[in-house]
Design a protein around this ligand. Structure first.
Ligand code: TMP
Length: 212
């Protein structure tokens, strides 16, 4: 039996983490084994790379360096956490995954899709998400929310509104061209409405959950 792989994506301050927690709790209530994880990070090597990636000066890494480091972290996360969990039949709920590289380093940072897809094939290969929840909201509002958290993980938040507009477009394009695996969620609504909407999409994608 192999498990199921669900990822959450979106810009800054879209409320992903709250919705990840709600979905994990719902699936666990059904008696499923669920691994809640995140990127960059999710394994000890990848968490060490996260620290380098999300803190410090905006210009510390170029988009190309970021891409290689994100995929180095992702390789470690896949090897140590994601693939073993899928093999034992667990559900994975991951806060960001490869679509963040496509959006932030690709659409936002200018790394070509060809290069990202070449690396993705080598690192992620067949371990593609079964479902990608894309939480969409206007970047200005999301950035305000994210910056008000006041933590030091703000390297990407500091890249300017035009960058965040581009990566939003990147997520929207990706969702539009892969309608079966990607579900677009309007994240500019009350938390409970979003939670109900996400559960409807998840149970639609995985009919075995219907009626639960
Ligand atoms: P978080 O704030 O959602 O935990 O994500 C950390 C930051 O890392 C966020 O600003 C988006 C960025 N990021 C990328 O730029 N590329 C990636 O591949 C991933 C996974 C995250």
């Amino acid at each position: 039996m192999t498990g199921r792989f669900i990822t959450f994506e979106g810009g800054e301050g879209a409320g992903k983490s709250t919705q990840v927690r709600a979905l994990v709790a719902h699936l666990r209530d059904l008696g499923l084994e669920v691994v809640q994880t995140r990127e960059p990070g999710g394994s000890s090597g990848a968490e060490a790379l996260r620290e380098l990636l999300v803190t410090g000066e905006t210009g510390r890494w170029s988009p190309l360096s970021e891409t290689l480091m994100m995929y180095a972290a992702r390789a470690n996360h896949l090897e140590q956490v994601i693939r073993p969990a899928l093999e034992r039949g667990a559900w994975i709920v991951c806060d960001r995954f490869a679509d963040s590289t496509r959006a932030y380093q690709g659409a936002g940072g200018g790394v070509t899709p060809d290069l990202i897809e070449t690396i993705d094939r080598a690192v992620v290969g067949e371990t593609q998400p079964d479902l990608v929840i894309v939480m969409d909201m206007p970047p200005a509002a999301g950035l305000r929310r994210a910056l008000s958290r006041g933590d030091d993980e703000n390297r990407f938040e500091s890249k300017g509104l035009a960058f965040h507009e581009r990566l939003r477009e990147g997520f929207l394009r990706r969702a539009a061209t892969h309608p079966q695996r990607y579900r677009l969620i309007d994240a500019d609504r009350p938390i409970e409405d979003i939670r109900v909407n996400i559960w409807a999409e998840v149970s639609d994608r995985f009919p075995e959950l219907k009626g639960s």
